[in-house]
Design a protein. Structure first.
Length: 363
């Protein structure tokens, strides 16, 4: 089946709408019509060299849609089922899965692209994160989709597949933010804003949002931030002034750059926790001296996919959306077509807006 898809052919290349012949639906596969897909920083990382996919690569991994075909061995969904795509579908068999850590699944680790079809010139194309969601339709294993209630809007459902699971999961699953704690979030893209929403839902008293762009303040406060600070080398001093000189209980770096990680670390009180959510480059380094590690007794950890199990957490989040306990509409600031993905990346690099969502419409 031939579809339109956003393809990049080399590192630093320009995203282009190309014809893609999807691979056939196998026994354990499903075909999904994409209705909405979020533009995530990880998609940009497929282009700029942070991640190393095989090219040409079909971008996109955060999406929702409608099942249009199922393989003969699939009994978990049927044609017409609304689904969220899961780019980190656990195998349920490896050591990590059996240890109840499916976000560390051995079958998913290091997989940034898999074959998904061919371009018009018969060149093999590869799907970003095994999904390749910036396309009119996709074919992927049935375990890579999670059914959701029909009444959940597709644009919100799409965000559940990455930004929300990662941001909310970091707050709930990794850091276990408690009522009354103070929280700092650095980087206010879709993941960072989701972390702010999660901190508010957890009952944090003080929620400090930090970004390089002053335009992010309105979005941060709408998401639940009590304070907004611009990125600054003196961030630690500013935060201590808001926390009786101690620093925050919990800090989340949603950027992944050495300077933002060090900045977040420096805002945390003695005995507090710093969680790294953003994906950084392997050729960059951060240094800590032994005395500060001993003296501050802080915990530094990472959060992969929010330490989430999509099969468990997506339905739970859907219930909270349906009840009104969680509202993610503030995350979406731009609705675009496939041919506007390049503009969305430009806004992302400039630090403008929240999440851009590609809207392809219902079947």
């Amino acid at each position: 089946m031939m579809v339109n898809a956003i393809v990049v052919t080399e590192t630093g290349g320009t995203p282009e709408v190309r014809d893609l012949e999807l691979r056939p639906v196998g026994e354990a596969d499903v075909r999904v019509k994409i209705v909405a897909a979020g533009v995530c920083h990880s998609d940009l990382s497929m282009i700029n060299g942070t991640l190393g996919p095989r090219y040409p690569v079909v971008l996109g991994h955060e999406a929702a849609g409608i099942v249009t075909e199922v393989g003969s061995g699939v009994d978990t969904v049927e044609v017409g089922t609304h689904v969220v795509l899961n780019w980190a579908a656990a195998c349920r068999e490896c050591w990590f899965c059996r240890a109840d850590q499916p976000w560390l699944c051995s079958a998913v680790e290091g997989v940034v692209s898999v074959p998904c079809g061919t371009l018009a010139d018969d060149t093999q194309a590869h799907a970003c994160m095994g999904v390749g969601a910036f396309a009119e339709e996709v074919v992927l294993p049935a375990r890579s989709v999670v059914p959701v209630a029909d009444e959940i809007p597709f644009d919100i459902a799409a965000l559940l597949g990455c930004a929300v699971l990662t941001g909310i999961g970091a707050v709930r699953n990794t850091a276990s933010v408690a009522k009354g704690e103070s929280v700092l979030v650095v980087g206010l893209g879709g993941i960072g804003l989701s972390a702010v929403i999660g901190a508010k839902a957890a009952g944090a008293d003080l929620i400090i949002a930090v970004d390089r762009s002053p335009e992010k303040e309105a979005l941060a406060r709408e998401a639940g931030a009590t304070h907004f600070l611009l990125s600054d080398p003196k961030l630690g001093k500013q935060v201590r002034a808001l926390t009786e000189g101690r620093g925050v209980d919990q800090a989340f770096d949603c950027v992944g750059a050495p300077e933002t990680i060090r900045g977040a670390w420096g805002t945390v009180r003695r005995g507090g926790h710093c969680t790294i959510v953003g994906v950084g480059r392997r050729d960059q380094e951060i240094t800590f001296n032994p005395l500060e590690l001993f003296h501050f007794s802080r915990t530094l950890t990472s959060s992969i996919y929010g330490d989430s199990d999509p099969d468990r957490d997506v339905p739970a989040l859907v219930d909270e959306v349906r009840s009104g306990a969680l509202d993610f509409t503030t995350l979406i600031t731009h609705r675009i077509g496939l041919d506007q993905v390049g503009e969305a990346f430009a806004r992302m690099e400039a630090g403008d807006g929240g999440r851009s969502v590609i809207w392809l419409g219902e079947a």
